[in-house]
Write a protein that binds this ligand. Structure first.
Ligand SMILES: C[S@@+](CC[C@H](N)C(=O)[O-])C[C@H]1O[C@@H](n2cnc3c(N)ncnc32)[C@H](O)[C@@H]1O
Length: 295
């Protein structure tokens, strides 16, 4: 057993959500109370860079009380609670939130999300009216990967200052969806080329185009997967996992004992590529084992 000594700790506050997306990867169960979340944050805020997330964090506004303690000025949401009660945004602002990250899956939204586009559009008006920054999260499948330029243009027209693309990962509910959603390695390379081209069109402060590590290394010389070495996921049942996409019973790499974050072993992630993508999407068990084997 070794203490986790990496830089970042991602705390998943809850598994509860106000909807069920067909592609949702969330595979852990349980919910912390807001007080439990706050205690954890107080305990670890000087030791790790903490990020709070959840299946849908706005299902309990009590969670937001912990955000100012770590200076987390963003929330990630499907937008349903904001649509129901736009005043939620004023509460978030009062707790230091400056950026709203909202899922908007251009080209495939209605295929996978149960949040209507009209709701998102109404939210966007309310978000921008309050001078909050808007980042749109876009899941990428075979159906929309060729439309990077169109997606970024559309996001900009909506008033977003950032777009973050996430590779479709076959995990959770997504296991039941067609494998035709999964990008091949060559499609990923095309997609990443389009991202590089698109980035050249904008100053980063006008439009910041991010792509999740779940696409893997591609042609990038700078790629580094932080899983285990510098980021671990803590779920409400106090288990520790290597990555959000692998936060699922059976993939534990450690646990929180009420005092310390313990890892079962010193693991061997060289950070060279995304092992979760290779395991979930291409069935590469060997790669996963290699990264999780003891040093
Ligand atoms: C799990 S959600 C949690 C936050 C919030 N409830 C939301 O819907 O934005 C985080 C992001 O992961 C994306 N996502 C969920 N399942 C995915 C999967 N299987 N592959 C890729 N992205 C996925 C969602 O669309 C969303 O943008």
């Amino acid at each position: 057993m070794v203490e986790y000594n990496g830089k970042k700790l991602t705390i998943m506050a809850c598994s509860k959500c106000n909807t069920s997306c067909k592609h949702c990867y969330i595979s852990y169960k349980g919910n912390r109370t807001p007080d439990e979340l706050m205690n954890l944050v107080m305990k670890f805020r000087y030791k790790y860079k903490i990020e709070i997330n959840g299946a849908e964090i706005l299902t309990d506004l009590g969670y937001i009380e912990s955000y100012p303690l770590i200076g987390q000025d963003f929330i990630m949401t499907n937008g349903i609670e904001i649509y129901k009660k736009p005043e939620v945004l004023d509460f978030l602002i009062s707790r230091g939130i400056k950026q709203i990250f909202m899922s908007f899956h251009f080209g495939i939204h209605d295929d996978i999300s149960s949040v209507e586009v009209a709701m998102l559009e109404s939210n966007i008006k309310n978000i921008l009216k309050r001078n909050l920054k808007l980042k749109l999260y876009v899941t990428v499948t075979q159906k929309n990967y060729q439309y990077v330029h169109e997606i970024v243009e559309k996001a900009r027209k909506y008033g977003a200052v950032s777009v973050r693309f996430t590779n479709f990962i076959k995990q959770g509910n997504a296991i039941d969806l067609s494998d035709n959603n999964i990008l091949t390695k060559s499609q990923i390379n095309d997609f990443l080329d389009s991202v590089s081209k698109e980035r050249k069109l904008y100053d980063q402060d006008v439009m910041d185009i991010e792509r999740c590590g779940s696409f893997g290394k591609g042609n990038s010389s700078k790629f580094n997967c932080y899983a285990i070495n510098n980021n671990v996921i803590l779920t409400p049942d106090n288990n520790i996992y290597p990555c959000l996409f692998l936060a699922k019973p059976g993939y534990e790499i450690g646990y929180y004992d009420g005092d310390t974050l313990n890892l079962y072993n010193e693991y061997n992630n060289d950070g060279n590529d995304c092992f979760v993508r290779d395991y979930c999407n291409y069935g590469d068990v060997k790669q996963l084992r290699k990264k999780l084997e003891v040093k």
